[in-house]
Design a protein around this ligand. Structure first.
Ligand SMILES: *[C@@H]1O[C@H](CO)[C@@H](O)[C@H](O)[C@H]1NC(C)=O
Ligand SMILES: *[C@@H]1O[C@H](CO)[C@@H](O)[C@H](O)[C@H]1NC(C)=O
Ligand SMILES: *[C@@H]1O[C@H](CO)[C@@H](O)[C@H](O)[C@H]1NC(C)=O
Ligand SMILES: *[C@@H]1O[C@H](CO)[C@@H](O)[C@H](O)[C@H]1NC(C)=O
Ligand SMILES: *[C@@H]1O[C@H](CO)[C@@H](O)[C@H](O)[C@H]1NC(C)=O
Ligand SMILES: *[C@@H]1O[C@H](CO)[C@@H](O)[C@H](O)[C@H]1NC(C)=O
Ligand SMILES: *[C@@H]1O[C@H](CO)[C@@H](O)[C@H](O)[C@H]1NC(C)=O
Ligand SMILES: *[C@@H]1O[C@H](CO)[C@@H](O)[C@H](O)[C@H]1NC(C)=O
Ligand SMILES: *[C@@H]1O[C@H](CO)[C@@H](O)[C@H](O)[C@H]1NC(C)=O
Ligand SMILES: *[C@@H]1O[C@H](CO)[C@@H](O)[C@H](O)[C@H]1NC(C)=O
Ligand SMILES: *[C@@H]1O[C@H](CO)[C@@H](O)[C@H](O)[C@H]1NC(C)=O
Ligand SMILES: *[C@@H]1O[C@H](CO)[C@@H](O)[C@H](O)[C@H]1NC(C)=O
Length: 412
């Protein structure tokens, strides 16, 4: 169904990079500069009267081949007119209000004489419907982007828009790299935990070009892997997990919801694996044991992004979360680990033990906090000692010098 599913991964999100397969049009102003850009897909579903008083349904797509005669740009209003087939057209009127612009109306005209599209139509008229799309509050100087489908219904015509990228009121003939993303494309904020205040969304405010809704701290989940159904756990992991995903210019964060997450995996002598699976993402953490120490060696994240695109990134040569085999690794503070250039994972209240779990309980923990503190403490201690030494030497020198001068000797 999602025509963009397979290849959208390859697309960057800038307006300047063209989406393939949609209908792309550019409109130029009287100075021959770009003033309106559109790349979009539209499906039409039209019910009409065929002969013998029977109602028929015509379903077709906006073709890639269109002309833009009748389009025009102005300072405060613009028109995009796409003409296609035998006298059909699709027209959008844009207007500026304050710092934003909007699409006021979409008019679709269709020529019932066109028997290739409307076979056996009783009428030969050209009909038109005018509807209002949800393209509003697009910040000036940005591109409206909506990959999600929007269906606009009217009496006899349904229009489904998707993969929409439109910039009206282009200034200086250059398309913007900044986007105003439609609400349907934004990551759905998971139910906020009671301690965090959910961001207040004000639909009347123009969306920012880089929407970064602050997520609540992820809920901590207690996960374990058991060698068989009855066994005691051989791998333990308590953590709140968030992933940060970069696609083109767009950055998105998602929390793992432990309530809907299944944990599975395996325990080995040299390598253990924890698989966390929810509807939104699958995270595979692979730990290795090199006799004395264990570490997180591989991370593989597959996630379904809000845009509908499936994202997958993995790195198999990491050295994270190190601790002695026989103990657990703990890090209560928020920890930000870069997995690849496009993927970061954030952990909260982390405690993990992938090897040598006894009686299903965590062993002594090695804390990342004390690690980093002792890392800091050594140079600080050395620095302080050096300073004290310098002060002592200086004081000794001046005392000596004073004595010498008092006793009348040359101080050489
Ligand atoms: C649009 O129409 C085409 C063919 O008519 C169909 O294959 C496709 O699934 C439709 N897409 C949507 C989003 O309705
Ligand atoms: C438009 O969509 C509605 C709801 O899905 C459906 O009942 C109706 O038949 C559709 N009309 C056309 C012309 O496709
Ligand atoms: C079609 O229906 C209209 C009213 O609904 C009726 O007046 C007309 O006679 C019908 N025509 C045919 C060919 O059945
Ligand atoms: C409508 O379609 C018919 C048949 O293809 C064509 O002859 C006629 O010119 C079209 N009307 C318009 C306004 O283009
Ligand atoms: C995008 O937005 C940023 C910050 O609002 C701005 O500095 C930059 O010039 C914009 N880029 C374009 C191409 O409009
Ligand atoms: C939403 O925005 C409108 C206009 O910008 C403002 O009048 C209103 O107070 C805002 N509401 C909230 C809840 O911020
Ligand atoms: C698990 O326990 C059930 C009964 O409690 C027993 O029948 C079964 O053999 C056990 N399975 C394993 C793999 O130990
Ligand atoms: C998860 O489940 C716990 C207990 O069943 C419940 O208290 C909590 O509200 C749930 N959290 C979410 C985000 O659904
Ligand atoms: C870790 O690896 C070493 C060497 O392969 C092995 O002797 C030891 O038993 C392993 N530890 C665990 C807990 O599997
Ligand atoms: C674990 O690694 C050690 C040393 O690398 C190797 O000798 C041993 O066969 C490995 N064990 C397993 C079960 O793979
Ligand atoms: C990551 O996991 C996905 C889905 O399970 C899999 O298709 C992919 O091959 C894995 N990537 C790596 C590098 O293991
Ligand atoms: C996480 O670390 C990366 C670099 O590794 C940094 O670019 C990013 O801003 C950090 N994110 C947060 C939320 O601290």
């Amino acid at each position: 169904m999602f025509r963009y599913g397979a290849f959208a991964l390859l697309l960057a999100f800038e307006c300047v990079i063209h989406l393939s397969r949609g209908t792309e049009v550019t409109v130029k102003d009287k100075d021959d500069k770009l003033c309106l850009y559109a790349n979009l897909s539209v499906n039409f579903s039209v019910s009409y009267m065929a002969s013998e008083n029977k109602s028929a349904l015509a379903q077709f797509e906006l073709p890639a081949e269109v002309t833009s005669n009748g389009s025009r740009c102005d300072n405060a209003s613009s028109t995009l007119k796409l003409n296609f087939g035998a006298g059909h057209s699709w027209t959008v009127n844009f207007s500026v209000s304050g710092n934003a612009y909007r699409a006021d109306s979409v008019t679709f005209s269709y020529n019932l004489s066109d028997a290739t599209v409307f076979p056996k139509s009783a009428s030969t008229d050209t009909l038109s419907v005018t509807v209002r799309p949800h393209i509003t509050d697009v910040s000036m100087g940005t591109c409206y982007s909506c990959k999600s489908q929007e269906t606009i219904r009217s009496d006899s015509v349904n229009q489904t828009l998707w993969n929409v990228l439109i910039q009206a009121f282009v200034s200086n003939g250059t398309q913007s790299e900044n986007l105003t993303t439609c609400a349907a494309d934004l990551p759905s904020t998971p139910t906020a935990s009671p301690t965090t205040v959910a961001p207040v969304t004000n639909s009347t405010v123009a969306p920012t070009t880089a929407p970064a809704p602050t997520l609540p701290t992820p809920t901590v989940g207690n996960f374990s892997v058991k060698p068989d159904d009855n066994g005691t756990a051989c791998l333990l992991a308590n953590l709140g997990l968030r992933i940060g995903v970069k696609q083109g210019e767009k950055y998105q964060e998602m929390n793992l919801d432990p309530n809907v997450t299944r944990a599975s995996g395996s325990c080995g002598v040299n390598s253990s694996e924890l698989v966390l699976e929810s509807n939104a993402m699958t995270v595979v953490l692979t730990f290795t044991n090199d006799t004395k120490k264990f570490r997180l060696q591989a991370v593989n994240v597959t996630a379904k992004l809000s845009s509908g695109v499936t994202f997958s990134e993995a790195n198999g040569s990491l050295s994270l979360w190190e601790a002695a085999v026989g103990s657990s690794y703990m890090c209560n503070k928020e920890q930000n680990d870069s997995i690849t250039g496009r993927l970061n994972i954030f952990t909260f209240n982390l405690q993990v033990q992938p090897f040598a779990v006894k009686k299903g309980l965590f062993s002594t923990a090695e804390d990342c906090q004390t690690d980093s503190e002792s890392f800091l403490l050594v140079p600080v201690a050395v620095g302080v000692a050096l300073l004290v030494l310098i002060v002592i030497v200086l004081v000794a020198y001046f005392i000596g010098r004073k004595r010498n001068m008092a006793s009348g000797y040359e101080s050489f």
